[in-house]
Design a binder for this molecule. Structure first.
Ligand SMILES: [Zn+2]
Length: 581
């Protein structure tokens, strides 16, 4: 990948494609396929494209591309496959995705003996001292009772084990973990938490809500090699679903260091728009002082955004609402960051050329963020600020047009709607729910939506993101007709939300998000056309290959590539490391 030409700024380079005439040696790669959706309004469909020095240099007809064929040009005929621009996930906790791949997956296992057996088998292959797992659910077991640690402690006596329940609200620790954490009969229950005890008052190994921290604080932070290992796994997981770029919310220095190490060796094969953890004042002050770094890590990392939290989540009734929860009349949710702090960070960020991306789920949380952004923009007017609201999940009707008016980008996750639809109306009631997951209302107000998954809260699977966007139905096409189907996206909008619109939210639109001459040659190859396939066929799509800067970073195994995938996402609880409400 050549970067010398992009140092002057990303926007300037998109119009300066490399010269790739046949006389100069021609293109590095020419791709032909029956269907190429460029997501570029100027040439929406193409038969072929040519790549040189990692960028598209021609997009259009077969003949036009073949004219750039030289002696060393590689030809790739994809036949009946469909090519899309590399997909972009605008909200994906990359390191957590990678770390989860080094934990034991206990989802759907029954009975508890099977959980123990799987954990023992995993421990035998894990080089780590601490064995972490997640996904157990006692409701699947014959007696439906919480487990106790004895069988686990007997099977793994010498290494600490922590197994998190499917909803993230409880964990099971073995004896070694409890000993290392210094937890015993005398340990008191913390406020907001419970240590489950036997008839003698001894902990059974199950720790609920705030009591989880008694154990979790004993888990050493991941080492640098562990973070690098997790990042390598995360790259493979992203590319497997056609992703070539992401935005990564709430990142700290140790994580950035792992990315930089891989990038130095040319091994960081994803474009990552990093959002710094706004809870770390020293971290944000350091980077605000240095200024935006749009091309860190060999150009693969952009460090120019800060992530804040306005409120909690809807599942645990922590989202801040203007009126009480319908199913909890005394509760209006939690404010996690004072609006004055959001405003202050936004002012400092705007002055330094940084973007602010604030998590807001409830209508009160969203209004507080819009108010804070409005005040910050009055103090520091900026034309192309691209301030973002992450989730924008429940909106008061009067706040919907404010996104357009202020130029604020809603960064939403279409799969949250299908994960939440079973209980969202109980929380919100029949009127307020109309402003929830309100993609159509926002699009009709004139904004674009950046789509993402919030993985590992949801699975990385891009098919699910697209399918939810166009159907408002889950993977098994329920409910019939879709949940509040008026709020669906069109297929064209859904694809844009996963490409050019996400690119814009990530300040990547000059170089990524569409198959356009001058942009990086990032693309995904699918076995079917998402613009035409029946909605119920979308989830059976095989992602055949993924390319970043013209280089292949993923190729599907020969047979039934997608049948064995592990569905690691879950909703309603907090992320396993408590990093995400
Ligand atoms: Zn998140």
């Amino acid at each position: 990948m050549r970067r010398s030409t992009v140092l002057a700024g990303l926007a300037a380079t998109a119009t300066a494609p490399a010269i790739a005439s046949a006389a100069s040696g021609g293109a590095d790669l020419i791709v032909t396929a029956s269907t190429i959706h460029t997501v570029d309004a100027k040439v929406p469909q193409a038969q072929a494209f040519a790549v040189r020095d990692g960028r598209f240099v021609y997009v259009g007809s077969r003949e036009g591309a073949l004219a750039l064929r030289g002696a060393r040009t590689r030809m790739l005929d994809l036949g009946g496959a469909t090519v899309l621009p590399g997909l972009i996930d605008a909200h994906l906790h990359f390191m957590h995705v990678g770390q989860a791949l080094h934990e034991v997956d206990l989802a759907h296992l029954t009975p508890f003996d099977e959980v123990v057996r799987r954990t023992v088998a995993f421990a035998a292959t894990s080089p780590d001292l601490w064995i972490i797992g997640d996904g157990w659910d006692q409701n699947l077991w014959p007696d439906k009772a919480f487990p106790t640690h004895q069988a686990l402690s007997a099977a793994i006596p010498d290494r600490p084990v922590v197994l998190i329940r499917v909803d993230g609200h409880a964990l099971l620790a073995n004896a070694k973990a409890m000993a290392l954490a210094g937890v015993g009969d005398a340990t008191a229950d913390p406020s907001g938490g419970r240590i489950v005890r036997d008839e003698h008052g001894a902990p059974t190994g199950v720790f609920i809500d705030n009591a989880k921290a008694l154990i979790q604080r004993a888990i050493p932070p991941p080492t640098h090699p562990q973070l690098v290992r997790a990042a390598v796994a995360g790259l493979a997981e992203c590319h497997r679903w056609g992703l070539t770029a992401i935005s990564d919310p709430g990142v700290g220095q140790a994580t950035i260091d792992a990315y930089l190490e891989l990038a130095r060796g040319g091994r960081y094969t994803l474009r990552n728009h990093v959002m710094l953890a706004g809870s770390d004042d020293a971290l944000t002050a350091h980077y605000l002082e240095r200024g935006p770094q749009p091309l860190a890590g060999n150009g693969r990392l952009a460090i120019r955004a800060i992530k804040l939290y306005a409120d909690g989540a809807l599942g645990s009734r922590g989202a801040a609402l203007l009126a009480p929860y319908d199913d909890d009349p005394g509760n209006t949710g939690l404010v996690l960051t004072a609006p004055s702090k959001i405003q202050d960070v936004a002012i400092r960020a705007l002055r330094a050329g940084f973007q602010v991306c604030t998590h807001a789920i409830g209508d009160r949380g969203n209004r507080a963020v819009l108010d804070a952004y409005e005040a910050a923009l009055r103090a520091v007017p900026r034309r192309d600020h691209r301030l973002r609201v992450e989730h924008a999940q429940v909106l008061a009707p009067s706040d919907i047009p404010r996104f357009k008016a202020l130029g604020v980008i809603p960064s939403m996750q279409t799969t949250h709607q299908i994960s939440d639809m079973g209980w969202a109306q109980a929380r919100l009631g029949p009127e307020r729910v109309k402003g929830a997951y309100a993609w159509r209302s926002l699009l009709d107000s004139g904004v674009t939506i950046a789509n993402g998954t919030d993985a590992p809260i949801e699975v990385v699977d891009s098919r699910r993101t697209f399918h939810a966007a166009i159907s408002r139905q889950n993977e098994t096409n329920q409910p019939p007709g879709g949940w509040y189907p008026r709020q669906r996206m069109t297929r064209d909008e859904a694809l844009r939300s996963m490409t050019v619109w996400a690119a814009r939210a990530n300040f990547m639109d000059a170089v990524a998000g569409s198959i356009t001459p001058g942009k990086y040659a990032d693309f995904a190859v699918l076995d079917r056309d998402w613009m035409r396939a029946a909605p119920e066929a979308i989830m059976a799509t095989r992602i055949l290959a993924t390319y970043v800067s013209g280089a292949q970073v993923y190729e599907a195994p020969m047979q039934s590539a997608m049948t064995g995938f592990r569905a690691r996402g879950r909703r309603g609880g907090s992320c396993c490391r408590g990093a995400h409400a």
